[in-house]
Design a protein. Sequence first.
Lengths: 481, 481
Amino acid sequence: MPESAAPPTTDLASLLRPGSIAVVGASANPDSPGHDYLRCLVEFGFAGPVYPVHRREPEIRGLKAYPDLASIPGDVEFVISCIPSGGILELLDACAEKGVRTVQLFTGRFSETGREEGAELEREVLRRVRAAGIRLLGPNCMGLHDPGWGISFRPDLPRRTGPVAFLSQSGNNTTEVLLHSDVRGIGYRAAISYGNALDIDEADLLDLLGNDSETRVIGAYIEGVRDGRRFLDALRAAGREKPVVVFKGGRTGAGARSAVSHTAALAGSSEVWRGALRQAGAIEVHSQDELIDLFVAFTFFPQAPAGRRVGAVGGGGGRAVQAADACTEEGLEVPPLSDDIRSQIRERAPDLWDWIGNPVDQSILAGAGAGVSGAAVLEMMLDSPQFDLLIANVGEDWVLGRPDSARRLNHIVERFAGIGRRSQKPVAYVLGPADSPDEERWRAVEQARTLLVDAGLAVFPTVERAAWALGCYVRWHEGRA
Amino acid sequence: MPESAAPPTTDLASLLRPGSIAVVGASANPDSPGHDYLRCLVEFGFAGPVYPVHRREPEIRGLKAYPDLASIPGDVEFVISCIPSGGILELLDACAEKGVRTVQLFTGRFSETGREEGAELEREVLRRVRAAGIRLLGPNCMGLHDPGWGISFRPDLPRRTGPVAFLSQSGNNTTEVLLHSDVRGIGYRAAISYGNALDIDEADLLDLLGNDSETRVIGAYIEGVRDGRRFLDALRAAGREKPVVVFKGGRTGAGARSAVSHTAALAGSSEVWRGALRQAGAIEVHSQDELIDLFVAFTFFPQAPAGRRVGAVGGGGGRAVQAADACTEEGLEVPPLSDDIRSQIRERAPDLWDWIGNPVDQSILAGAGAGVSGAAVLEMMLDSPQFDLLIANVGEDWVLGRPDSARRLNHIVERFAGIGRRSQKPVAYVLGPADSPDEERWRAVEQARTLLVDAGLAVFPTVERAAWALGCYVRWHEGRA
């Protein structure tokens, strides 16, 4: 595909953190992307000059607008285009004239339409940007979400910054992942919806993010790659530095067909992908939930676990059994309690010590005067060399509906959070989802989760998902040892 | 284990739908099971007489209390015991004297403690109930939740009745499943937490529920069985009548060890279970989420699908690709649109018809004047002999955050629901979870889901879970053909 060589990618800052931005196709209509991009630059606090470009409007959202790029008095490093594809070649010529460095094309209807005229226009776009030395993100993409740099594409996206970078061929997917991971406390270095990947592609982005010292976790939703060898080199290089989690779209015939009409991607065989990802040290996932669960694990768990031995507390007897099954099926170990912990429990609960196991069935301890709490045993596990990984089931469904439930739940969560804060071992908390039509219940669970998330702790909605994430995390670290 | 033969199980009504109930160990303390059981009988509207039994209190929650069973003037068919295990033999003798038919023992600390004295007491309990011809539920169980008969064990459990029966060795698990499935519109014929299964066991309950004409779907959380052959016979018989979904706890060594201290269950090998369940025609699941997803599928999908061909609409291009992949990986087919549907679309959207595929990428249709909506294509799929199964992605994350989002979301959901209401094909709706700390967003998603659920429609939180449930549903029906 390259008509002439692309300029080498350098670092995130020079390519995707511009000092000045023009929005071409800016709009006063609050229900249009040309309005959203502008509004985001203002509301996310972009520090440099912002130039709306519109043929007739003198002002949009209180910002002075310009009829074209040439009329803008200052430098323009970055252009966001929302105009229809018919005007795109003219715009690129104007960008070249103005010395623009990077162009982001929300503009779509190129090769993804499956029509020859769209594909031909796309090829011409590439020729022009290559000739002008301009880098291009898209077309057919939502583009950058970089809350730390004051750029986004939807005003309702979260402002939270953090160590995760997500590159995605799907704008909608990017929106969903950002919203649903925010609830789990995930902050972003950058999320980059890159659409048809005409110029800047997954390999470029992996290079950029692999070398970016503030990016600690990389996620990628990829429908197809243009240059398999370059992609795998970039993946391997990035994977040496940090965990790279890949959600491959178009794994099946129908999925691949769908990917063609989405981003004109050539999806490739599922088996080839699976093997290649494994060899490159990447972790393959098959849903947004799995992607987000691993963002949580790699963001909040400490650097490397000492082993595979899980200690779990909280929830009733059923939950204890489920935790043991789920962990074991993920290849983790769930050893019985050590003599040391058993004798500590014996001192405090002479009536129960011989009955309590690992996982700890909270309902055994629920009676009045049990002498020992789930949190107390969690603390013993934290301090014991017998356990490498911990699971803390909040068990909120049991607490809610009891008298004084808000205070009780808060007490449990505070106590659990305190243990997590001082833990050098990964602790997976199980809580939620806060998915209830009952407002009080919803609020109680949201508050509990916010408390954990604000303490920098990893929260999972089910014990099975917690076990799965722990398993992936352990295997990834073992693969590097 | 049987010391003398158990009386034959007959029907649900005679065993578990008593005309009169005594709660022994009733309590005025609102934070105790002895209070909860009583309060539930009142609040769930149990129609027969309710007798609190307490040594000293003359009245509890406005009901006249009795010092013992013998003092109760009327018949007592059913006894719920919350007293400590030390008083249990005396109570059983009093039950025999009074002519009680069924005893439910919340009372625990029997064989599940792992102590010989607990096991011995349990054996003696069995001898006494067998000698007296009393049937016993438990010990160490929460017991019945039968909102249609006015019985439950927690005041905060849902009142919704319906065609699902759930038997579970874990009380906590029962609570969780009831709460999280209510959100999805699942109503219960009965949920039965049966603990240590000393007398009434999984085989009895499968017999009862298999023969119960109002039960259309059976779920079971089982940690171990006492009589494998009898269990498999009961499972096979029930499975001939209706779908039986089994969540087996204690599949692994650690899980089995945990099950022993939970319900004294002998868990058995995972491979043996897997094979036996398959042979008996049951569907095995590995989490509460899977269990609930199948309750939704078998409650709301019509009787039998005509085939495996899926049509899907809604959500952006990434969602379309994910839907195609997930369905294909579940063994379903995702064919391209038929010429007939393509020509219908062509008439209304001459600019887009050649670009739209199956799944339908909603973002292609989102532009003004597209001429055809996702719902319109869903309707074409509904009327076309080309499709057997439908997926409707609500795509609420894209709508929310747009201007006028509440009205728009409501419009989409109303339109989708109208199609589902008249559909003879299963339609899986994808929406949620309503898991956001933002109150407006939470409320919008909850309202949308409530609208779908109240229309008797199947809602799944992700497209992967929708595809998985459709796959299980199709395979189950194919297995019976």
